[in-house]
Design a protein around this ligand. Sequence first.
Ligand SMILES: *Cc1c(COP(=O)(O)O)cnc(C)c1O
Length: 238
Amino acid sequence: MDKSSISDNLHLITDRIQSAANSIGKNADDIRLVVVTKGHPLERVNQAVEAGVSDIGENYVEESVPKIEAVGDVEGLEWHMIGHIQSRKARKVVEHFDWVQSVDSLRLAKRLDRFAGEIGKQIPILIECNVSGEESKFGLTAWNELEWAELAEEIGQILELHNLNIKGLMTMPPFFSDPNQARPFFIVLRKLRDYLSTQFPANDWQELSMGMSADFEVAIQEGATIVRIGTAILGPRV
Ligand SMILES: *Cc1c(COP(=O)(O)O)cnc(C)c1O
């Protein structure tokens, strides 16, 4: 994969994002594309940035911090943590990332808040929700609507942490070869967002981060405002 093929893929994916957005009366500008660079070397990250990528997603602290430091200050570039965060790595995440999409417990949220306070930073976050019940998936338990009141209580406590700004929800549905099978899980996340907006109307619940290489068009049709795409732009991970 060289710079021109990354750029070609980026154009193709941007066109597909635009078509999916248009199909529900939205513009391409309403959807933020986060390019996921986990498993790809620094060189590839730099190529993506040169090709005009403005949001990058990474999963692992050890892998991402050296990349973030090497890429350095680039106007408008934002780094999104999208992977599960171990407690002892929370400080590094706060120091290096612009967004944390994978806040999957109150305990983690409290740690992130504390470290953010120590360095005087306000961090936009998403609450990661498990809408499928798969044990391999991280996220607050959200697949059973009957438990949403309990979930709202926990989220209410995260809302009180003043250095974290909840912008919405994130999820990763099970993988299906037919992306339409992921649709019900995207719908659950959207409905949960709507429920939380009625419970906590003072907060802005706009963002829904859902959809990856295999299913981003379906996710956009169901209300995604952020898609996280790796393979379809950068090729297979090494
Ligand atoms: C790896 C990853 C992605 C990107 O997956 P692709 O299938 O390569 O597009 C998106 N979101 C999360 C949370 C990931 O871990």
